[in-house]
Design a protein around this ligand. Structure first.
Ligand SMILES: [Zn+2]
Length: 228
């Protein structure tokens, strides 16, 4: 309905000063309408992804995996990155706290993006199948990172959901290129999640739902590890 209203708008079909409608330029209008239709579909898809990120971000907060403005989630939409705004609090579950930028402009617009955007971008660069990234600051995961160099075969659920061993990397400054390179290196080799000493964890998935479920499975696997 909305699309029909727009394409029939006088401003688009070109009402002249006398109130009559000029003959349509058949060489131009189909392109204009097709372009407009694609833009509307893209905007709708991006809004749905922003809502999805907001919803799963709130779940991560409510489960205690992040507090305050800590942690972040993102999704890929073709040539665009959708990610939490810098300083936003995921407990609010608001779509407006997630921004959409071209990957080619992430450096130029870094001040509005989450401080940890570099490793999100690096994960998308590392593997084409990565459609979403989740990052949390779970105390339980940090405790496990102090006790092992890799987490694997801890449970059937872990194997089925995470679908890879989870390596532990040493502490590197949050937001740094060094941290981005270390995480992306493990993702490129097939890891679907990484534990970071004194920091937390990152998981990836084809979409935000899979990246979220992998993060929850990793949290549960870490609980099992500590109880073993
Ligand atoms: Zn962090």
């Amino acid at each position: 309905m909305f699309f029909a209203e727009i394409v029939n708008s006088p401003s688009l079909v070109g009402v002249n000063d006398h109130g009559s409608v000029p003959k349509a330029d058949s060489s131009l209008n189909p392109c204009l309408f097709t372009s407009l239709h694609v833009t509307l579909l893209q905007n709708g898809r991006i809004m749905n992804k922003r809502r999805g990120l907001a919803g799963y971000g709130k779940l991560l907060h409510d489960k205690g995996l992040v507090i305050a403005s800590g942690g972040n989630v993102s999704a890929r939409d073709g040539s665009r990155l959708i990610i939490k705004k810098r300083g936003a609090d995921m407990s609010q579950g608001r779509a407006k706290d997630y921004v959409c930028v071209l990957f080619s402009e992430t450096e130029k617009k870094k001040d509005i993006l989450s401080r940890e955007a570099p490793f999100h971008v690096a994960c998308y660069d590392a593997r084409e199948d990565v459609g979403a990234v989740v990052h949390t600051h779970s105390p339980i995961m940090m405790a496990v990172a102090e006790k092992t160099a890799i987490l694997s075969d801890i449970s059937y659920e872990f194997q089925c959901v995470v679908e890879s061993a989870v390596p532990v990397i040493g502490y590197l400054k949050p937001g740094s290129d060094e941290l981005a390179a270390a995480i992306a290196g493990e993702i490129k080799q097939g890891a679907n999640a990484v534990l970071m000493k004194k920091h937390g964890a990152v998981s990836v998935g084809r979409d935000i739902e899979q990246a979220y479920v992998r993060m929850i499975a990793l949290e549960r696997a870490c609980q099992t590890f500590l109880l073993s």
